[in-house]
Design a protein around this ligand. Structure first.
Ligand code: TMP
Length: 212
């Protein structure tokens, strides 16, 4: 019998919403439940393209805005063969940021339409579930200062949040908005419930193509 495919599960949200903490907790919980599961994060700073992105984010280099958008997108595309292979083998992938961050962050810059920003990621493996960790700018501020990387300012993060709110209205994507202001454990419970549900549904469905 052919093996059932893994699910593609994405966590999105503005900075400080808890994506990375929750990705790790979900990984542990699903592994403890005996499932094959791995975490990926974008940008993947380990590749040649990822290193260009990392230097840009750390403000060690300057890149033209369209160029950096295309690099973020290319950094996803270069991982697609590996992602497809793992999913086909039955491994569930938890992805910390994906094309939605790509579209939200670039379109928060002046002169970029959301439509243009989405184009370069059209056709990527479509997530079976995208959880948006919702946290107001005021609650995010209570969690401490932003870091030193590019984009880590209140003004920019508010603009990004507005772009995410537009993306969430797209019914072609299975969005679940998660209240990230709750305790780490309560947020984890919500995320785990939605994820197990998505894994059960995805195993009998073909992998889709994003925004197509
Ligand atoms: P990180 O802090 O999760 O490593 O993300 C790095 C930064 O890059 C974060 O500010 C969000 C931003 N970003 C984009 O601008 N475009 C993208 O496609 C992705 C994945 C992240």
């Amino acid at each position: 019998m052919a093996c059932k495919r893994g699910a593609l599960i994405v966590l999105e949200g503005v900075d400080k919403a808890g994506k990375t903490t929750q990705s790790k907790k979900l990984l542990q919980a699903l592994q403890q439940g005996g499932r094959a599961v791995e975490v990926l994060r974008f940008p993947d700073r380990t590749t040649t393209i990822g290193q260009l992105i990392s230097a840009y984010l750390e403000k060690k280099s300057e890149l033209e805005d369209h160029t950096v958008h295309l690099l973020f997108s290319a950094n996803r595309w270069e991982l697609v063969p590996l992602m497809k292979k793992k999913l086909e083998q039955g491994t569930t992938l938890i992805v910390d940021r994906y094309a939605f961050s790509g579209a939200a962050f670039t379109s928060a810059k002046p002169g970029f339409s959301l439509d243009w920003c989405k184009k370069t990621d059209e056709g990527l493996p479509k997530p079976d579930l995208v959880m948006f960790l919702q946290l107001s700018p005021a609650e995010a501020a209570l969690r401490g200062q932003f870091g030193e990387e590019r984009y880590e300012t209140n003004v920019f993060q508010r603009a990004v949040q507005q772009k995410f709110e537009q993306l969430i209205k797209d019914p072609s994507v299975n969005w679940q908005v998660i209240d990230a202001s709750k305790s780490v454990e309560d947020v984890h419970k919500d995320i785990k419930t939605h994820s197990i549900n998505a894994i059960n549904i995805a195993q009998n469905l073909p992998l889709g193509e994003l925004w197509k």
